[in-house]
Design a protein around this ligand. Structure first.
Ligand SMILES: C[S@@+](CC[C@H](N)C(=O)[O-])C[C@H]1O[C@@H](n2cnc3c(N)ncnc32)[C@H](O)[C@@H]1O
Length: 235
């Protein structure tokens, strides 16, 4: 199986966080705690929030400081952390506007977000984005919050009006083919749901056929770096 590129994106993102030399970081949607642990190992005071109670319990049992809360309502005082960061969470927030307003209230210096992105100038990425829309629509029909991929203008447009924070956006892409095993394993959880839905089934068949023509490659990443006016930027 091909090695997925998300780990490379996470590495670069975490390097960007540490390059700010923060004393304290709040990670939103910390799931398995890997990012929190990396920050703690680098000497940063790191706390997390998570909506899934099972993750909260497991992380607390491992001694990590994790709060049960949503990214849209952060239970912290203004300026409580140097940075508020999140990896692969922005497309799960019910309202990105609320999250950014809250994150920018709680962060003294910056709010950094990492999320999937597709380079639509490349056919194999166009197909990957179509596949992404396919499974997210099924998730939404099942009642989950799972938005289509977010572009720079969505993040910029979700910043509070009149904000004096700076906006920086970086796109990265390591073009890696989604191989047969990966394609099958990602589709598998959805097959029972679409079995009785001809339109969804037909779309998967069309994506499968198109994959044989153009190939289908794993997502790139968008890194959104928001900095408070007057805060020190990384060198
Ligand atoms: C795609 S996972 C990413 C997890 C982890 N950051 C990573 O990159 O592996 C999204 C995570 O955000 C959490 N989550 C979903 N909606 C959230 C919300 N509104 N506020 C905070 N966390 C949320 C989920 O429980 C899940 O752990």
């Amino acid at each position: 199986m091909n090695v997925r590129p998300q780990q490379l994106y996470r590495q670069e993102f975490r390097q960007r966080i540490l390059a700010e030399r923060p004393q304290s970081v709040l990670e939103v949607g910390c799931r398995d705690g890997k990012c929190l642990q990396e920050l703690l190992a680098a000497g940063v005071h790191a706390e997390g929030i998570e909506v899934d109670p099972a993750h909260v319990a497991e992380l607390r049992a491992r001694g990590l400081c994790v709060h049960a809360a949503k990214g849209e309502t952060l239970p912290f005082a203004a300026g409580a952390f140097d940075l508020v960061v999140s990896e692969y969470c922005a497309h799960h927030f019910a309202d990105l506007t609320h999250h950014l307003a809250e994150a920018m209230r709680v962060a003294r210096r910056g709010v950094f977000l990492l999320d999937p992105w597709y380079d639509l100038s490349i056919p194999s990425q166009q197909l990957a984005e179509r596949w992404d829309r396919w499974f997210k629509a099924i998730d939404r029909a099942a009642g989950k919050v799972h938005h289509d991929s977010l572009a720079a203008q969505h993040f910029r447009g979700a910043m509070p009006n009149g904000s004096r924070w700076s906006f920086e956006c970086r796109h990265v892409l390591h073009l890696v083919a989604v191989d047969d095993a990966k394609f099958a394993s990602e589709n598998e959880p959805y097959l029972a749901q679409v079995a009785t839905r001809p339109d969804d089934l037909a779309e998967l068949q069309a994506i499968t056929a198109a994959r044989a023509q153009s190939g289908l490659t794993d997502d790139g990443a968008i890194m959104v770096l928001l900095r408070a006016a007057g805060s020190t930027c990384s060198p």
